[in-house]
Design a protein around this ligand. Sequence first.
Ligand code: PLP
Length: 485
Amino acid sequence: MTAASTQAVTPIVLKAAASDLPSVDRILNLAEVQPLLAQYGRTQLTSVLRKHLDQLRAAALSDRLTPADVDTTQLVSALEKQLATVNQPRLRALFNLTGTVLHTNLGRALLPDEAVQAVISALTTPGNLEFNLDSGGRGDRDSLVEDVLCELTGAEAATVVNNNAAAVLLMLNALAQKKEVIVSRGELVEIGGAFRIPDIMQRAGAKLIEVGTTNRTHPADYANAITARSAMLMKVHCSNYAISGFTHSVEVDALAQLARPHGIPVTVDLGSGTLVDLAQWGLPSETTVRQTIRQGADLVTFSGDKLLGGPQAGLIVGSADLIRRIKKNPLKRALRVGKLTLAALEPVLRLYLAPEFLTERLTTLRLLTRHQLAIRAQAERLLPVLQEMLGTHYTVTAEAMFSQIGSGALPVDQLPSFGLAVRAGNAANGGKRHGRALDKLEKSLRQLPRPVIGRIGNDTLWLDCRCLEERDESLFSTQLRAIAL
Ligand SMILES: *Cc1c(COP(=O)(O)O)cnc(C)c1O
């Protein structure tokens, strides 16, 4: 608006006074409020209504109350809207079109139906969480998954805690409090901003002994650092970063040879920790938990909701003696998992006993192994729907793009995918690109009933279709029709 037009438009605004507002009782007795009372209850409805009336009174004080505001029909519709907003779940389902399959901010792994059913049952029915059905005595909740974890990893024993950060903290506190832990400088990682190996070490009461350099660490570096105060040699998976070029690190088998004569364990924080060789499906290869144990690791810690494809959990597998010590530590009780986690974890682990069906049945692996041609066909089906909705303001094309595994798993490897690329402007205006127009579109996608999350880069909004499961496709395209620009 120009200065001239601002001056020209001087609307005549009718004012209303606070005394024009109906009373709470009068509103509560209105016929059209009765269904709201039945749905939300008198307590909540009255509280929301009072707040709304307070706001209107404040508006009256500064002369901003209009006759429309005091109209009962308007009041009721405002009340209804506020109640709906207040009661909308804060944790919302959304479409992850970021291209990152295990997106930490979006909840990481999605669970298969077997796990969903088990969680429902655990939520609604008593179960033998810590009850031994054979003896009738007290049971151990770890025993629900320990056998299958040992079977899948070749370890002697296993325990489960809240997440992998908890697993590392517990392991260090149980085995290295007031002692030294030797770690290569190249492995002192920070994961997701809040998990840093040196900080966890300190909180666990262990002393970090850094050896080697950022890019190269040799067996002699570890050997020279071993003293009577050493509690363990520890290896940490670099997860979310990769060092390349002139690098050297010491493998688990070499560490095991160094540690054995001193009677100290080798522990490995694998991070994502895979239970199967991903290379068999054309995915980048990762050392499995079983291989790490076979190479001589005494303990391995890993996450439940990264590549494993299960619920948030931290798994510790390894020697029976060390697991026993860990389970006796009081922190184990503080970090223990709930029954929902165990209910979800057990069927996920069981899926690994039939690896030939994994890419079908394990959601994470199904998404990671989705064929680019199938994703492409899907993107091409959705293209006309989105283009029609966006009109001439934006240009939509179906393009090849790369997905990421996410959650620090294999940060440099990328998976060939397909999706929609949206650019502001159209061919007619020379494809002029407007960052602001893209931001606006990105925001309206986030405001859909089931928000759609993409990613912006190179003046383009990328909507990677890899994680759009075909069963959700029709909901997705119906919803696109609700985009408000
Ligand atoms: C992800 C990761 C962690 C933390 O695991 P959470 O399950 O997120 O707590 C710890 N160490 C490594 C190497 C990781 O990759």
